[in-house]
Write a protein that binds this ligand. Structure first.
Ligand code: ADP
Ligand code: MG
Length: 530
């Protein structure tokens, strides 16, 4: 008989955790992730230095960057990292906030689990709270006209936590101008802002170029290095007879035959340049190669040319200069040319081509300068956050009070709301409210202030009806965040609450983790739990 035989359904190396153990393990992992970024929150947050396996160093306080560099492997922790990525993609800023909120929601849920409250009750309460929070946010958001003043304040708030804030006036001006300029039919595609980096000089020398900067030099030193009133041909065909891909074999039986072949080739190339010349172009950007002979004739005609320009740059050049990308040289004509005041070669570390002074460019370049690569990269991340914030408000035209004000107000109203709920969901809604307060608490803590004092005062001020009272860390006082100009796009908080709730709920619903034998999932040692 076989009834004593054990039944094996899984590989013997696979690993299974069930019930409370699975929950605890997942919650712990998620909390550790959230705790990691906590100290970076806000204007007084600290930076982190991350060193990857090849020794590359990143110094940053950008939530999503930290988590991406950490190469996290625990499955639940990875889900938290996803929150940061979504936040970054959807809004461009608020990644630390979103991750911290998720971590705190899970931490608070654990308290409820310890009180034997069933996960489905907690998740239901969290969902109710999130819905209510979104409703409240919509109600208290302030409509704004997209004045430069408001947009700049939004960028100031976004930059406040980054070292770029040392030159915030300058960066805000660049960001606002750039994002507004590339708007097309009410849409803003931030891909149309090209970022180029140049090592050397200080971050204050960062500039906005009304056009495109290419990391390409002209193909021949016999060409002029600067063209004024540039008429630009954007060509995506090769200015060569045979492409590098197609190796053409010719057999020549006499020197005369070779001579005539070369002459014919030269003629064809000369004719190509002639067509370009006829169109009136004095600059050529070619996506493919340019033959030496063609280079020679182009130079002879005083035309500036660069080759192997990336496709993405060709598209940006088209948007910036108004030129069409031409595939067939027979179709080249004056109407298809782009225009810019100046095209010139500039020697930074490497040679670059500046195409600047474009009329109403729909693509442009921010040229970041800075002493070291690390400084430049962190400035780039800060500028991208700021750009995301501006694009977000240009779209929604609604803002909220920052510096913890919105979180405290939400917590207050959610607690009122929880009173209207019967049953144990009420407790979950209350925990949701206190998770939100973790933001101002951390802002205070990171600034070395007493978080309990601050939270007590913030709550009291909100009870008195000061909806926008926040902790201004520039003055160290509790004041109206809107008046103080600490404002944030509505989308930052909407997205953070959405994704934090979703992921917290998802993690709470898991009571069985089955990992295949070769999975790298590791249980967190008990010593890391307090
Ligand atoms: P995130 O990745 O979530 O954007 P940050 O480190 O950029 O994290 O910090 C954002 C938080 O800092 C927001 O809650 C914002 O309101 C707050 N903040 C910005 N400026 C100030 C200020 N002057 N005083 C207090 N808080 C501020
Ligand atoms: Mg930020």
């Amino acid at each position: 008989m076989t009834d004593k035989q054990p039944i094996i359904i899984m590989n013997e190396n696979s690993n299974r955790t069930i019930g409370r153990d699975a929950q605890r393990n997942n919650i712990m992992a998620a909390r550790i992730v959230a705790d990691t970024v906590k100290t970076t929150l806000g204007p007084k947050g600290m930076d982190k230095m991350l060193v990857d396996s090849t020794g590359n160093i990143t110094v940053t306080n950008d939530g999503v960057t930290i988590l991406e560099e950490m190469e996290i492997e625990h499955p639940a922790a990875k889900m938290i990292v996803e929150i940061a990525k979504t936040q970054d993609k959807e809004v461009g800023d608020g990644t630390t906030t979103a991750v911290m909120l998720a971590g705190k929601l899970l931490e608070n849920a654990e308290k409820l689990l310890d009180q034997k409250i069933h996960p489905t009750v907690i998740t239901k309460g969290y969902r109710l709270a999130a819905e209510k929070a979104q409703e409240i946010i919509k109600n208290i958001a302030i409509d704004v006209a997209n004045s430069d003043e408001i947009l700049k304040e939004l960028v100031f708030t976004s930059l406040a936590s980054k070292n770029a804030s040392a030159k915030k006036e300058k960066f805000a001006q660049i960001i606002v101008k750039a994002v507004k300029q590339i708007q097309e039919n009410g849409k803003t595609d931030l891909d149309n802002i090209k970022i180029e980096k140049v090592k050397g000089e200080g971050i204050e020398d960062t500039e906005l170029i009304e056009g495109i900067v290419l990391d390409k030099e002209r193909v021949s030193v016999d060409m002029p290095s600067k063209i004024e009133n540039a008429k630009i041909a954007l060509i995506d065909a090769a200015l060569e007879i045979k492409g590098p891909e197609t190796e053409t074999k010719i057999s020549v039986s006499s020197p005369e035959q070779l001579q005539s072949f070369l002459e014919r080739e030269e003629k064809l190339l000369k004719a190509m340049v002639e067509k370009i010349k006829q169109s009136g172009a004095n600059v050529v950007f070619c996506q493919k190669g340019i033959d030496d002979v063609a280079q020679y004739y182009l130079a002879k005609e005083g035309i500036y040319a660069a080759r192997r320009v990336a496709k993405s740059d060709m598209e940006k050049l088209s948007k910036a200069t108004g030129g069409k990308i031409i595939s067939n040289l027979n179709e080249i004509s004056q109407e298809q040319l782009g225009y810019s005041k100046i095209v010139e070669e500039v020697k930074n570390n490497d040679g670059m081509t500046y195409v600047k002074g474009c009329k109403n460019p729909k693509a442009l370049t921010i040229l970041i300068r800075g002493g070291t690569e690390h400084v430049i990269s962190e400035i780039e991340r800060a500028l991208k956050d700021g750009m995301g914030v501006v694009a977000s408000v240009l779209k929604d035209k609604k803002i909220l009070a920052g510096a913890g004000a919105i979180e405290v107000e939400l917590a207050k109203r959610l607690r009122d709301y929880s009173q209207s709920l019967g049953g144990r969901e009420q407790l979950a809604v209350e925990e949701f409210a206190s998770a939100l307060e973790f933001i101002p608490v951390t802002l205070a803590e990171n600034a070395g202030l007493d978080p309990i004092d601050i939270l007590t005062e913030l709550r009291a001020r909100h009870q008195k009806g000061e909806t926008n009272a926040g902790l201004n860390l520039l003055t160290g006082k509790i004041e109206d965040s809107i008046t103080a100009g600490i404002i944030e796009p509505i989308r930052i908080k909407q997205q953070a609450i959405d994704s934090a709730t979703e992921v917290a709920v998802m993690i709470l619903r898991i009571d069985d983790v089955i990992a295949a034998g070769n999975s790298k999932q590791k249980n967190i040692p008990m010593s890391e739990m307090e």
